[in-house]
Design a protein around this ligand. Structure first.
Ligand code: ADP
Ligand code: MG
Length: 341
């Protein structure tokens, strides 16, 4: 199989999951073959539990010097984002924490304070976990349990040709915020602060998920970049999709950054850390979806179409396909040396 994990290649997360771990579900239906954001477990007859776990490692998912309260809150939020994408309401959390040996009491108190703040904000309790010490970097894993009426979870696999493709909030802020954090992007001081805030403290779309139940045909949250995650949704649904790049919802800060350097579009589309909900719905539900977004206070934008076939195409305002290239984007068929957008 192409991309199979072997000793000669760097480990590819998705082939490891598909080839080594997916067989271990032993056909458990709620595991969804490990192709979704979360698993489903029967709860009390009327409801299912939606179960997801996301881990974060210092230096990979956040910067080691990030404030401890924000690290804790990001950990909560990236997990609640998966629950929201399934249409579930947060129910309970467990936390596994491996702290470096030199962690200080002040740091731990800051971490716990941040955790407490978001548990209050999202009205969800911490019900257990494990605490260990590590010679390596700070490593955190959180399991989030959500609740949803049985059979109502929005899966990645329900998109159908003709459906409209939607996204919540703004795309690209998190990826550009990481660049600001790394010192490789400067827009204006106010824009930098906004983008950095979006990277450090994503906004899980908890109010949106439940209102999409029964309306959206498929959904997932965007954690690894719009292009890659749309690819996952399309594969799970057995469809293709076209995104109109001119319809992408971009914040004023991201627009300002792109106005200075169009090659940043690659980061916007592929960079990740958005934690927005990507979803599909029948074309005749557009008004309904816009109203639902308005009612719950989460803006939603139609960005493209689901089609028969496979693969995802990113198109410019003229409908011409563009593809990522080193240093930016190029129109489909152009060589990299002639890349432009
Ligand atoms: P997300 O980005 O939404 O958190 P992932 O791409 O991390 O989703 O995971 C996709 C699927 O693979 C999920 O069902 C997840 O539970 C599963 N998965 C990921 N890593 C492992 C693992 N180490 N063991 C078992 N299942 C895993
Ligand atoms: Mg997800």
């Amino acid at each position: 199989m192409s991309g199979a994990p072997d000793d000669s290649k760097a480990v590819d997360e998705f082939s490891v999951i598909a080839e080594l771990f997916a067989p271990l579900t032993r056909g458990f239906p709620g595991a969804l073959d490990l192709t979704d954001d979360a698993a489903l477990l029967a709860a009390d007859g009327a409801n299912e539990l939606v179960v997801t776990m996301d881990a974060m490692v210092a230096g990979v998912h956040f910067l080691p010097d990030d404030p401890p309260d924000l690290i804790a809150r990001k950990l909560v939020r990236v997990n609640l984002s998966d629950l929201a994408a399934k249409g579930a309401r947060p129910h309970a959390l467990t936390l596994a924490a491996a702290f470096p040996r030199d962690v200080t009491g002040d740091w731990l108190r800051g971490f716990a304070a941040g955790l407490g703040r978001d548990l209050d904000e999202f009205d969800v309790p911490l019900i257990g976990g494990d605490t260990v010490s590590t010679p390596g970097p700070l490593t955190l894993a959180l399991t989030a349990l959500g609740k949803i009426p049985s059979g109502r979870a929005i899966l990645r696999s329900g998109a159908r040709p003709g459906d409209t493709l939607w996204v919540s909030g703004h795309i690209g802020d998190g990826a550009l915020g990481l660049r600001v954090a790394l010192g490789t992007l400067h827009v204006t001081p106010a824009d930098d602060e906004y983008l950095l805030g979006r990277y450090r403290l994503p906004q899980p779309r908890c109010p949106l998920g439940p209102v999409l139940v029964g309306k959206a045909s498929a959904a997932m949250d965007i954690s690894d970049g719009l292009v890659q995650d749309l690819g996952h949704l399309c594969r799970a649904s057995g469809v293709g999709a076209d995104v109109d790049v001119s319809r992408l919802p971009l914040s004023a800060a991201t627009r300002a950054a792109l106005a200075r350097d169009q090659s940043l579009l690659a980061s916007v589309l592929t960079g990740g850390d958005d934690y927005e909900v990507l979803f599909t719905a029948p074309a005749n539900a557009e008004t309904d979806i816009l109203m639902a977004g308005k009612d719950c206070g989460v803006p939603v934008t139609a960005i493209g179409k689901v089609r028969v076939g496979q693969g995802t195409s990113i198109r410019d305002a003229q409908g011409r396909e563009i593809t990522p290239a080193r240093g930016g984007w190029r129109h489909f068929g152009e060589t990299e040396s002639g890349s432009s957008l």
